[in-house]
Design a protein around this ligand. Structure first.
Ligand code: 3PG
Length: 305
């Protein structure tokens, strides 16, 4: 069997070694396509692949049509909005993710970005501390839970809302559960987004939502750019000079946001899961899931049932 690892944003070398070891151990072959710049390279590489490991790589109907032998795609990571899961289902291709494997890396970056933001991007002027501030976590999944764990070390007051997680489960984790997304924005000094990009969430972080934040509020996005209603957030930022927006996913309107000097920062490229540990965890989990599928027909992590 040929297992294609197609990563426009490559894994750390140690993760690649681990993936190869896992797959070659059961007699399968690994083919690497890293840092590709052209869709055609991906179309050529998938043509005889039996399985694929990807990150945020766009797996469209066109790619799936070119992949005549493909049986399974594993997204080494959590969000699978980059894959046309329905089309894959129609073609009989199983899509899986590796939930939780890179979540600590994303959560740590939240705090790297937050300290940078509250210290005024290290411009030399007096900033503030995170201690005692109210942190709102929007969606209490694997990343949200890690954010809560780390926030306890900063002595923050932690609140969370998750439309799919009962309040009791949030409270059990030592976090205040709030009744609605609106409440989270009203109560908290900082709101950290951990929602996936779905039909319901796309554009949901809009003018009305963010305008509820208190003076000096900070919005931090390490989730997906699509959840932000960019034109509405730009409008709000032109009216509210006190708000800050920090993101790990460069918005389409990056240049316009950048005009709000001292109130906006974006990493140049999505860096949340870009650690050796996250790459090893997610990459090796993906390889093992592919092995389990070919050996035993295991589809435990399938997301397109
Ligand atoms: C995820 O969904 O797992 C994270 O957003 C990381 O994505 P990446 O593999 O593209 O860095």
């Amino acid at each position: 069997m040929k297992i294609l690892v197609a990563t426009e944003k490559p894994f750390a070398a140690t993760a690649v070694e681990g993936i190869k070891k896992e797959i070659e151990n059961i007699g399968n072959q690994v083919v690497m396509l890293e840092k590709y710049t052209d869709k055609q390279q991906l179309l050529d590489a998938v043509s005889d692949a039996d399985a694929m490991i990807v990150r945020s790589d766009k797996i469209t109907a066109e790619v799936l049509d070119a992949a005549k032998q493909l049986k399974i795609i594993v997204r080494a990571g959590a969000g699978y909005d980059n894959i046309d899961t329905e089309y894959a289902k129609g073609r009989g291709v199983i899509v899986e993710n590796t939930p939780g494997q890179n979540s600590n890396a994303v959560a740590e970056l939240v705090f790297g970005l937050l300290v940078f933001a509250v210290r005024n991007f290290y411009n030399g002027k007096s900033g503030t501390e995170l201690k005692g501030k109210k942190l709102g976590i929007l969606a209490f999944g694997n990343v949200g839970r890690n954010v809560a764990r780390i926030a306890k070390g900063f002595d923050m007051e932690i609140f969370a809302y998750d439309a799919f997680c009962p309040a009791s489960a949030i409270e059990e984790a030592g976090v205040h559960a709030v009744a609605s997304q609106d409440d989270l924005f009203k109560i908290c000094d900082i709101v950290s987004l951990h929602i996936p990009a779905t039909a319901e969430t796309k554009g949901s972080i809009d003018y009305k939502t963010v305008a509820q934040m208190k003076k000096g509020g900070i919005l931090i996005n390490t989730a997906r750019k699509e959840v932000i209603n960019e034109p509405e957030l730009l409008k709000l930022f032109s009216e509210r000079e006190d708000l800050k927006f920090i993101t790990d996913i460069k918005p389409d309107a990056d240049e316009e946001f950048a005009k709000f000097e001292g109130r906006y920062f974006s990493t140049p490229k999505k860096m949340g899961a870009q650690t050796a540990e996250a790459n090893i965890n997610a990459g090796i989990a993906a390889a093992r899931q592919i092995n389990a599928f070919f050996k035993d027909g295991c589809t435990k992590f399938q997301v397109n049932k």
